[in-house]
Design a binder for this molecule. Sequence first.
Ligand code: PLP
Ligand code: TYF
Length: 396
Amino acid sequence: MLATLSRLPKDSILGLAALARADERSNKIDLTVGVYMDDNGLCPVMRAVQEAQQQLVQAEVSKAYLPPQGDPTFVAEMPKLVLGAGHRALVETRTATIQTPGGCGALRIASEVLAVANPSAKVWLPNPTWPVHEPLLGSVGLKFARYDYYDYATHSLNFERMMQDLQGVKAGDAVLLHGCCHNPCGADLNAEQWQIVADLLLERGAIPLIDIAYQGLGDDLEHDALGVRMLASQLPEVLIAASCSKNLGLYRERTGATIFVTQSAEHAETALSQALGAARRLYSMPPAHGAILAGKVLADAHLNAMWQQELQSMTQRIQGLRNQLSVALTAATDCDFSFVAQEKGMFSFLGLTPAQVLQLREEQAVYMLDSSRINVAGLKDATVEPLAQAIAGVLR
Ligand code: PLP
Ligand code: TYF
């Protein structure tokens, strides 16, 4: 039976990351997968996470299952992190949170519940978006529509086109929005634009599905959550998929949460029961280690302060690399790369053709996605100039 299977291609991002890893050229620059690297090329375990882990190793007496909803501290802390502790939806106890295996699991649980609530819901995805959205949401059976998001010619958000396309949104549809640090383009909505989106969704009776995987890595924890907080205070219902992979550096521990903002405490309980049902269909109980660590870091004032300080320094480093790269590219090519300094988070498109991207890979050992998306956090001070020169070479 298994002999009849056809072979699927690898994940487009992870497949390329594996190619990059296998390349032994000493001048290799790997800007593929969205993982934060320090200036030594290492993805660090954050200090507060390390300290929480020491505490856990000392005190842990059992590996019995977590409750299906997840670690109680973690599920209490995550909505406070995302929405802000005094948010009205929290004060009014209209939210429910379930721990999930990463932000991927959070998106999947959100879409499972969405599909039960409205099997014919159309999910509006930005064009472009993270390629994993489609398999994660589509395999639940949800159908997609697209809204234009990024203008490749001007290297910026095309808000006018976005709103034109979103005029097609109907009651019962869901609109997927990147909370901050858009993956892949790095162009985010400003406060005024979030408000316009909120007004449209309210008028249409559509629900936002907010994917927030980079809170803290754009500007800071508060500013990056501006859009999700605004929508959650103005709309009756919001679905939120949050990830701790990047801002707590917990990638492999698979730590995330789905947060349901609903109209009442009663609705929140019901949504949670559906989320638990979806988890039971998929994996039953979530993994413990990462969520226990995240819960400790978020709940403990000392660890929390230590974490925020390190997170801020990572974010500043990314912004510093963006500034350096923007200057170096502009100088090396005579083209305007100032957009690289303005965009947020780990990713930007450099505006190269697939042929140029391939040439960089083959001739210069520079790895980026075919779309010319780079992970800025994969650069080092010492690789900015070589990257700019290599790009200038293919643009000549
Ligand atoms: N959403 C976006 C836009 C992402 O880039 C990622 C991955 O980093 C995720 C969700 C989920 O990540 P994870 O499942 O590793 O927490
Ligand atoms: O876009 C990225 O690089 C990150 C990491 O299947 C990632 O979001 C990439 C592919 C994937 C899961 C995570």
